[in-house]
Design a protein around this ligand. Structure first.
Ligand SMILES: Cc1cc2nc3c(=O)[nH]c(=O)nc-3n(C[C@H](O)[C@H](O)[C@H](O)COP(=O)(O)OP(=O)(O)OC[C@H]3O[C@@H](n4cnc5c(N)ncnc54)[C@H](O)[C@@H]3O)c2cc1C
Length: 381
């Protein structure tokens, strides 16, 4: 057993940390306040090779493993969760293309992500379909050599800035069994009938773009279907182990970022003639923040290792890591605001933003309640 990072993993961490320090931190509050997508930072992230980090080398990516990708995600989110999400989700949905896509799909869709020429998204949720993915109602009907897609997709990350989306649709309404008859189809945003309405007023991760997609008789060529027709639901479920592990890494990054800022403030701020860091009540808060963050990181990296090695515990570990690290993110960000006192309640300090940003990790990619359902189910299996 070896808990240390390899030299290469440490080098990746250092490089991303440098990028985040120079290119993300200084502009984070500006993009949050304006609810603006950070195109300028994305261009720099493309130059730094940070877009679609797990995309294989032959399609322009760095081919990073789940453990390496988790390290990158933690660093980005420790700098700023909003911009961190923009950078780390530029290739959201690419997992399906990497695993089940044809050579043609890989060439068309993967490379432009890594160069920064395209942004993608994964469109599963609908206005009436969230936790229960099997009730997706968007349809794709075959007409000649095209799919005709109809339906609304809700809360889609990169929705109004994305160039294409992997859309989960019902392709065989007569299929028997709850999980059959769905397919994943790539839909380009410049197709007729595609509309994206940006959602504003989010509590946190406000630099990240979120939109509702309205698909009205959108026609795409039949070769845009990924993998086996009707097998889309089961294909999708395979990626949740990896994508949930990455949300856990987001939680670790948020907790670490909040904790570091709280420590800095506690060392500086004086009350009763001494730094507040000398009060045992504050020391204990910091100690708990440190311990929880470390525990969340260990569980997250074990989950990433498990994805990498197709370990039999991987589904349970991904849900445990996501549930635990997202809870730690919320709790640590809360304590970071508390340590700042009144100063933590306004946007002069980053912890106000981290407090708002943390909550999303308990909601997207399956809520906390759904993760607990999965853990309990895996225990009984
Ligand atoms: C900012 C943001 C970005 C997002 N990005 C994307 C994206 O890129 N692509 C995408 O497809 N989706 C995305 N989502 C959607 C997200 O995945 C869903 O919001 C989430 O899965 C929950 O679904 P819901 O909102 O419909 O809540 P519901 O499913 O309606 O749940 C409401 C409440 O009921 C609880 N609940 C539901 N079922 C159960 C159950 N069986 N047992 C116990 N409790 C239950 C839930 O835990 C929750 O507390 C995003 C959401 C947000 C807010």
């Amino acid at each position: 057993m070896d808990f240390g990072l390899t030299d290469e993993q440490q080098a990746i961490r250092d490089e991303v940390q440098r990028f985040a320090e120079n290119e993300i931190k200084p502009v984070a509050s500006e993009y949050d306040e304006a609810e603006k997508f950070p195109h300028e930072v994305m261009d720099k992230a493309a130059d730094a090779g940070l877009l679609g980090p797990s995309i294989p080398l032959e399609y322009g990516g760095a081919g990073y493993s789940p453990v390496e990708t988790a390290i990158i995600v933690e660093e980005l989110f420790a700098a700023d969760p909003g911009i961190g999400l923009c950078v780390s989700s530029a290739g959201f949905g690419a997992e399906a293309i990497m695993a089940f896509g044809t050579e043609d799909q890989k060439e068309r869709f993967l490379e432009p992500i890594t160069t920064g020429d395209a942004i993608m998204g994964s469109a599963i949720s609908e206005p009436d379909t969230g936790s229960d993915v099997s009730s997706v109602s968007a349809t794709a009907e075959k007409d000649g050599d095209e799919w005709v897609i109809n339906g609304n997709k809700m809360w889609i990350t990169n929705g109004s800035v994305g160039d294409f989306f992997v859309v989960l649709c019902k392709t065989d309404p007569d299929a028997s069994g709850r999980y059959n008859g769905f397919s994943q189809i790539v839909v380009e945003s410049d197709r007729d009938g595609f509309q994206a309405d940006k959602i504003t007023g989010k509590l946190g991760i406000r630099a990240s773009d979120t939109a509702e997609l309205i698909l009205d008789d959108v026609r795409v060529p039949e070769e845009n279907l990924i993998g086996t027709p009707g097998g889309g639901f089961l294909q999708l479920m395979q990626f949740f182990d990896e994508t949930r592990t990455m949300v856990a890494a987001q939680g670790v990054g948020i907790a670490r970022g909040a904790k570091e800022r709280a420590l800095d403030y506690a060392l500086e701020r004086e009350q009763f003639g001494r730094p507040i860091s000398e009060f045992q009540a504050i020391e204990h808060k910091l100690a708990e923040m440190e311990t929880k963050t470390e525990a969340a990181r260990t569980l997250t990296l074990k989950s990433a290792w498990s994805v990498e090695n197709r370990d039999e515990q991987l589904t349970a570990l991904a849900s445990m890591a996501k549930e635990f690290a997202s809870r730690v993110a919320v709790e640590v960000a809360d304590e970071a605001v508390q340590i700042h006192g009144g100063a933590g309640y306004v946007n002069d300090f980053d912890v106000e933003r981290f407090y708002r940003d943390a909550k999303i990790t308990q909601i997207y990619e399956g809520t906390t309640e759904i993760q607990k359902n999965i853990i309990a189910r895996e225990m009984k299996d």
